[in-house]
Design a protein around this ligand. Sequence first.
Ligand code: SF4
Length: 700
Amino acid sequence: MTTTQVRATCPHDCPDTCALLITVEDGVATEVKGDPDHPTTAGVLCTKVSRYTERTYHPERLLYPMRRIGNKGEGKFERITWDQAIAEIATRLTAIAARAPQAILPYSYAGTMGQVQGDSMSSRFFHHLGASLLDRTICATAGFTGYKYTIGATIGTDIEQFQDARLILIWGGNPIASNLHFWMRAQEAKRNGARLIAIDPYRSLTAEKCHQHIALLPGTDAALALGMMHVLIKENLIDEDYIAQYTLGYAELKARAAEWTPERVADTCGISVDEVVGLAREYGQAARRGEPVAIRTNYGVQRVRGGGMAVRTIACLPALVGAWRHPAGGIQLSSSGSFPTNKAGLQRPDLLKTEVRTINMSTIGDDLLKDSSPAFGPKIEAVIVYNSNPLAVAPDSDKVMRGFAREDLFTVVLEHFQTDSADYADILLPATTQLEHVDAHSAYGHLYMMANNAAIAPLGEAKPNTEIFRLLAARMGFTDPCFRESDDELAAQAFNNKDTRAIHFDWESLKRTGWQKLNMPAAPFAQGGFPTPSGKCEFYSASMLADGLDPVPNHIPPYESVASNPVLAARYPLAMISPPARNFLNSSFVNVTSLRSTEGEPRLDIHPDDCATRGIADGDMVRIFNDRGSFVAKARVTTKARAGLVVGLSVWWKKLASDGKNANEVTSQALTDMGRAPTFYDTLVQVEKSGQTPVFLLGV
Ligand code: SF4
């Protein structure tokens, strides 16, 4: 028996981007474990990816190209050859491109996050074709936009410093489920005597383990940050020297914060005055003592109407108290802006010869149902889906389903499994998993460039995304040499962006070592140097004003809440959020039986008071509904959800739920204040007993 160990990288949509060691015995991957030498992975993987061999060798892996033989959505296919599949796709796309290339739409996100298999050859292909561009907004663009207005780039506190913080605010995230290696650092800080405070409408696993949990109403985070500022300024818990040297617009911020008294904030957020004042004092007094105070904010904050402004407002706090002076102080939203990724080289936007429209992936439900018009452009006639599962993850799901059910829509899906979206494919293509292809990765939770070597040969006839687009380009007569570059040639360009900070990057050496840290200062903004137009942390942003936004931090009420929309709330009085279930990663891993069995079934956490008025008992099947749609789940009566809030842990595959639906039946396509992102947590619903028998397809 030949046994080897291969260096790889977790490709999933998670900030931790773990370094993996794959044990391969006679060509079969037998174990996936975390690299003990990688400083942030530290030999630990989450429960999901530690089962990666179960996922890779899953009996339902797609192994051959297939053509639809049933109705759309029925999921009936027949096996075809690669030659037939490529020929049919090329014929269909060529015909559409001859008339209206923008009628072709790529649809992809971060199911596989690598620089190579994510978007390199695929982007080149669509750019050359003149297809519509896709605005990839579904996760992070609201927060990124708000953070960039304030800090200048998505650069923040290094995860490797958090264990030295004395106070950590975990704001809008559940790292035990979705940022495990940050949580390990936070635990270390706790053992060293740090205080951990969770700010989250839901008492998540993480919130339960923090010293304090502030359960504010969804969509009110900016108000809480403004209330903190009010107290910090009033009680002179600010760093005047840091403010004077390294910030812009303090006077305007002070005036705005003055409007947000603790009483007003408490009323807006649904918390007590003591919680507002106490939080501000803990934060400001620790900073005043010279202790590192750090914020880990995450994407929960930004999935509401004012999500971009909320992140921006929170991002002002470290500069106000001078927290950036310390390596373990400051804030982290994402580390992605630290990487000198070479998107232009990989994706080749120069291949696009004419101006084309951009379709927002968060409004795919509406856009697939639109006819041609001068405002919209040509009706969408073809969608090529890769690294994504829009039928499960996109908001306002009934419209998404109706769009993909259009008989006149040509749909190609590249996938590992027959997902909800795959059921609507005309041609379904088997893609390789991370163990079967090469990739180069940046991260959004640490500062290491990462390599992924192929550990095993592709299963069945699966091919990497890159190879599929290479084949299509060749069949469609694209002659530019860039369409013949190998995956290694693509990976070698991943971080050689000459326009940004120079680092030594050598792909062959990265493949051997597996990872290499960027050359970043330990405290990136200790002496200012913010990559904003002014070079300062911008409390006042002229760029925002130019973009038609309030230039000073503010609270923007949700579209749907009891306070902001009482008419709607009279019919749908409960706020709903749908954060990630611990054993799923968005809609990945839902079909891995051991993980799904641990999750059990779609559940709705609901407060005892809200159950009492509805006659709902623990374990009852309930129907969650609003004007957009409905889904059923099993009620879990718990105070983890505050009164007035229900929580549906997600994202379930619809076909694995008893009613064929999931939480996105009730979420909306309304967009955030900035970044054109979805507002998944800005949703009012009503809940009633459904009377349905709780039968779930756990064996599927
Ligand atoms: S999903 Fe996240 S925590 Fe799990 S192995 Fe991948 S990067 Fe690590």
